[in-house]
Design a binder for this molecule. Structure first.
Ligand code: MIC
Ligand code: SF4
Length: 756
């Protein structure tokens, strides 16, 4: 079945005209990113050469995707808008709430009963508002989107940072918080800071042990976790066209790890093949007809320095397999240097577990290449020296790899297959012994490896690599093993080498699936009742946040000055907390428990300025709230990196934090804070971070004249009676200042709908 074919055809019919118009106005050839952006301008927005990195522009995305852990908040917000049905095609995917422990069937059954209330809520609210619903077990949102909904030249948003995965099919797909999704579903425009453009020219061809994953591992090493902020990364060149569509998806997926707004590739034959293999020949035919509009102009790719803000060139023929980590996805080490680096840093080299799959790397091609290594275990008299697990990305892939005998091969070497879900990637891994917090090493083909992410153990060192390399390393059980040069000892005592991986881009016999797990919404959902029990621990209806009091904000207590990395995993941890994603008050009990307190280097231990005592962050903040005192959170660089979860903004808002002042923000988190009516500020002088003291009481001045581009003043009242004033920048535009004044974007929408 092809979803929304009419919509795609309409887009394609309009695209040439819109692209030509943009080319004419801008007076230059266009990148693919520009073609898609300019052809998705909100109705009434005139084409102009929007200043990249400066201008806020309104867009009209084609669709919205949400996963279960973020959809709850997005839909609870949507439910308060008064709309009868979503304005653009939207889907919900149940993938984050399934714990991986025993194996796919048992784990899925357990999740179904434990999360019944939440799944029922999502299913019925989807049914009511015309949203497609993908049941638990159907697969991970980004794989299901790639297989069913993504289309070249389209624009979508999704409440998950890895929505960007759909760039593999030539889309502009962007991760957002639930409030943004709510706006678009309510029929409003979607605002984005016009992104800068980074071009990545891929020359040569992938070969041997190197895979698409290594391209992005290398790019992450070059650009670091914040190098892509407010930029779209566009890949092109012979290396791009010679790569599979799902390989492109992997590269775009991990663009989230460099903070990029999104990443994309021009339409080519690999995308046509993938569309046809996944039952969408009509889309491929339609795309073939407007091919030139679905890729960057030839002049751009011939002279990239002229048209992109930054250009990187990577020769795939020379690219080495990489391992990135531990604790950050941008610490890139080529496999040939691993031995040296591990010794230098004292990383444990015994690999306990190798995990493949996740939304990043679970294509048919990935699994077939890994299986080619798994087969060699038996053939060459080897054995698996680490535990080994597989999480397929979708039921379609799982069914097909079972049909083709791959799951049997994995089973024969002792691997475990988990449900088609996020599982270990998001801490939904009931790993035996993790509670002992032993220092240990794992390797996986996921995208993120922040502390505690996979198993909750802060002492697990996770390294990210291609599924092929993870498989080889799990066979060797040793981080020092380089399959390109090293041998392994087999059961006869001989030295054997692993042959490089090989596989099929797409299944030779085509994909098959018995039940993909899709539930279409009712044609008229007006009679569907959504039931949220008042005493539910999992779901809680939302209340409107209060509006700005109309004065400067005085007397804020410093809740925490976070030191170093503070990702959304640190602000609102996942794993066991995922079960409270629909209950704002309950999930608020994890507020900032992972962040390191600058003053004592400890997590979840801050000074309560009212009592002078130290206690957990959430309890301390609740004490301020109870006393009617606002507070402020101070942070370091790239604060809020990682996930799109708006809980990281709603929880502090709910508990009475008024301001977040940091050296720099990650894009999605900054927007989420603005949407929820918080003040998201950055130090005008980063060195002022050092001036914040533990007992500070802080005032924010200049709010009566709050205006775009105008600094605000932050007065630090120190305990010794002295005070100093520092300057804070912000990136609020007029509309966002309006949200702040009204107490959040939702209050604005609600008012608008009520008055219509
Ligand atoms: C993640 O990979 O961190 C998540 C879990 O998919 C998040 C979304 C969430 O927190 O629910 C993301 O990437 O946005
Ligand atoms: Fe799920 Fe992990 Fe992908 Fe996030 S990164 S969507 S948790 S598989």
């Amino acid at each position: 079945m092809v979803f929304d074919l009419d919509l795609i055809r309409k887009r394609y019919a309009e695209m040439p005209g819109k692209v030509e118009a943009a080319r004419k106005t801008l007076g230059r050839p266009l990148t693919l990113a520009e073609k898609i952006l300019y052809s998705h301008l909100w109705e009434g927005v005139n084409i102009e050469d929007f200043a990249r990195g400066k201008a806020y522009v309104d867009f009209a995305p084609d669709r919205v995707a949400m996963q279960d852990a973020t959809a709850q908040m997005a839909l609870l917000q949507f439910d308060t808008t008064g709309r009868k049905r979503v304005a653009v095609p939207s889907t919900v995917h149940c993938d984050h709430l399934i714990v991986a422990k025993t194996g796919s069937k048992e784990d899925l059954n357990k999740a179904l009963s434990e999360n019944e209330e939440v799944f029922n809520f999502l299913s019925s609210i989807s049914n009511k508002y015309g949203i497609g619903f993908w049941k638990p077990g159907a697969g991970i949102i980004h794989q299901v989107v790639l297989e069913n909904y993504a289309f070249p030249g389209g624009m979508m948003i999704g409440t998950d940072s890895h929505t960007v995965n759909a760039g593999g099919l030539g889309m502009i797909a962007i991760g957002v918080g639930g409030a943004d999704a709510c706006d678009v579903m309510a029929g409003l425009s979607w605002e984005l800071l016009m992104p800068k453009l980074i071009g990545v020219k891929l020359t040569g061809k992938l070969n041997g042990w190197t895979s698409a994953k290594d391209v992005i591992l290398k790019v992450a090493g070059i650009l670091t976790v914040k190098g892509g902020t407010n930029a779209i990364v566009e890949y092109f060149g012979e290396g791009a066209t010679s790569m599979s569509c799902t390989g492109k998806g992997t590269i775009c997926n991990m663009g989230a790890e460099i903070g990029a707004t999104t990443s994309t590739f021009g339409y080519d034959d690999s995308m046509g093949r993938y569309l046809r293999a996944t039952g969408r020949a009509e889309v491929a035919d339609a795309a073939d007809q407007i091919r030139e509009y679905l890729t960057g102009d030839a002049e751009v790719y011939a002279n990239p320095d002229k048209y992109f803000d930054q250009v990187i060139e990577i020769n795939l023929s020379e690219l080495e397999p990489h391992l990135n980590g531990p604790f950050t996805p941008d610490l890139a080490t080529p496999i040939s240097k691993m031995k040296e680096e591990a010794a230098k840093n004292g990383w444990p080299t015994k690999i306990e577990v190798g995990l493949i799959g996740s939304c990043t790397n679970s294509s048919y091609e990935d699994i077939s290449r890994s299986v080619s290594l798994a087969r060699q275990v038996k053939e060459k008299g080897l054995k698996l020296n680490s535990e080994f697990t597989i999480t397929p990305g979708s039921e379609q892939v799982r069914y097909t790899i079972e049909r083709d005998g791959f799951l049997d091969v994995f089973g024969q070497i002792g691997a475990k297959v988990f449900a088609n879900a996020c599982g270990p990637c998001i801490g939904m891994w009931d790993r035996m012994g993790a509670e002992k917090q032993e220092r240990n090493t794992i390797v996986h083909s996921f995208n993120r490896n922040f502390a505690k992410r996979a198993d909750g153990n802060p002492n697990t060192l996770a390294f990210v690599a291609s599924p092929e390399l993870v498989t080889a390393l799990a066979i060797a059980g040793d981080l020092n093993f380089n399959p390109i040069t090293d041998t392994l000892t087999n059961d006869k005592g001989e030295q054997v080498k692993l042959d490089p991986p090989s596989g099929d881009e797409l299944p030779q016999k085509g994909f098959s699936v018995e039940d993909a797990g899709y539930q279409a919404p009712a044609a008229d959902g007006s009679s569907v009742v959504i039931d949220v029990k008042a005493d539910s621990k999992r779901l809680q209806l939302l209340y409107p946040f209060s509006a700005w009091e109309g004065t400067d904000i005085k007397g804020l207590k410093l809740l925490i000055k976070a030191k170093g990395k503070c990702t959304t995993d640190h602000i609102s941890m996942a794993g066991p907390w995922l079960k409270f994603r629909g209950h704002l008050d309950n999930i608020s009990n994890n507020l900032l428990i992972g962040a390191t307190n600058f003053f004592n280097e400890k997590t979840d231990l801050v000074k309560n300025q009212l009592t002078g005592e130290y206690g957990p962050v959430p309890a301390t903040q609740r004490a301020y709230k109870a006393a009617g005192i606002g507070s402020i959170v101070v942070g370091d660089e790239n604060y809020g990196e990682g996930s799109s979860r708006e809980h990281a903004a709603m929880q502090p808002r709910h508990l009475g934090v008024r301001v977040v002042l940091v050296k720099s923000f990650a894009r999605i988190h900054e927007t989420n804070l603005k949407k929820q009516g918080m003040l998201a500020l950055t130090f005008a002088d980063k060195a002022d971070y050092d001036k914040i003291q533990e007992d500070d009481t802080i005032d924010i001045e200049g709010l009566l004249a709050f205006a775009p581009g105008k600094t605000l003043q932050v007065v630090l009242n120190h305990k010794d009676g002295s005070s100093e004033t520092i300057q804070a920048n912000h990136s609020y535009n007029a509309q966002q200042i309006h949200w702040f004044k009204e107490g959040g974007a939702l209050n604005v929408i609600r008012k608008e709908f009520a008055s219509n």
